[in-house]
Design a protein. Structure first.
Length: 283
């Protein structure tokens, strides 16, 4: 005959069902203990969120640099095929910005302009494709496509160095302002003395709260604060140089107006100009 030892932790109901009793010494969580646990979780979350946010911004900076590298490859191919750098504006077409459309056509992305969008910039600072211009295909634009143009309606999160350190220097010190212009037109590859040091493209100042440019955000330069590259990425701006490499730069290394030492001012000024000369006097 089999004998069973009764488990004191079990209690038997009249219908024969059994249920575990709470063992002696076991304690349930009190409301205060639960609140303490919740508070600890909240504190840990508060400690982790800034780190997660920082990691997210770093990832955006990496994506931005990748965009610029790909645009740099497109720029180098453009130079190889045309003998000069892309030029900024077609003055005969209502001052349309054509450096983005020229690169887009060469890269072959069609209506996709994701490469021209810095992920840290808001939607209102991005190139938006629209149609209805009734214009023919030209300068890389598609037929009927609305051109990027000054006037507060067109914004770009990347800007191109068209003028150099200062606007109006003759000969032009940037990569080319006006299509076909004798003094400020296309820049030949051989004209850039130090491609590894000269700025070609980078994060533009679209932010109107930071004295951004409401009309020409598709361009960068040193001559006005509205044209200084915007330091979006951990207080640095991503910059593409004429040889195709990309670097995260402090704003003090991009605008001579922010430094006092003469040698530093000259070093910064040189980075914008084809002849690798500061031209700090604007001439």
């Amino acid at each position: 005959m089999t004998s069973f030892i009764r488990d004191p932790a079990l209690r038997t109901f009249p219908n024969g069902n059994q249920q575990f009793r709470r063992r002696a010494g076991s304690v349930a969580f009190t409301l205060i203990e639960l609140l303490v646990v919740i508070a600890i979780i909240a504190i840990l979350a508060g400690m982790l969120l800034p780190a997660l946010s920082k990691a997210k911004e770093k990832a955006k900076g990496v994506k931005c640099m990748s965009n610029l590298r790909q645009l740099g490859l497109g720029m180098l191919i453009f130079i190889d095929e045309n003998g000069h750098y892309p030029v900024g504006i077609n003055g005969n077409a209502g001052s349309s910005w054509i450096w983005p459309s020229q690169l887009r056509a060469l890269i072959g992305t069609g209506q996709n302009v994701d490469l021209f969008k810095c992920p840290s910039a808001p939607p209102q600072a991005q190139w938006k494709i629209a149609f209805g211009s009734k214009l023919p295909a030209e300068d890389g634009y598609l037929a009927d496509e609305v051109r990027l143009a000054p006037g507060g309606k067109s914004f770009m999160s990347y800007g191109y160095n068209v003028w150099g350190a200062f606007a109006g220097i003759i000969p032009n010190q940037g990569l080319g302002v006006f299509k076909g212009d004798r003094t400020a037109g296309e820049t030949k590859e051989s004209a850039v003395l130090k491609p590894t040091e000269m700025i070609a493209m980078g994060d533009s100042n679209w932010d109107l709260k930071k004295k951004g440019d409401p009309d020409w955000s598709g361009f960068i330069g040193m001559y006005e604060e509205r044209q200084w590259p915007l330091d979006l990425h951990n207080r640095r701006a991503n910059i593409l140089f004429c040889d195709g490499h990309v670097s995260a730069e402090r704003r003090v290394d991009l605008a001579a107006q922010l430094v006092k030492d003469k040698a530093d001012k000259e070093r910064v000024g040189r980075r914008w100009n084809v002849d690798n000369t500061p031209h700090l006097d604007g001439r």
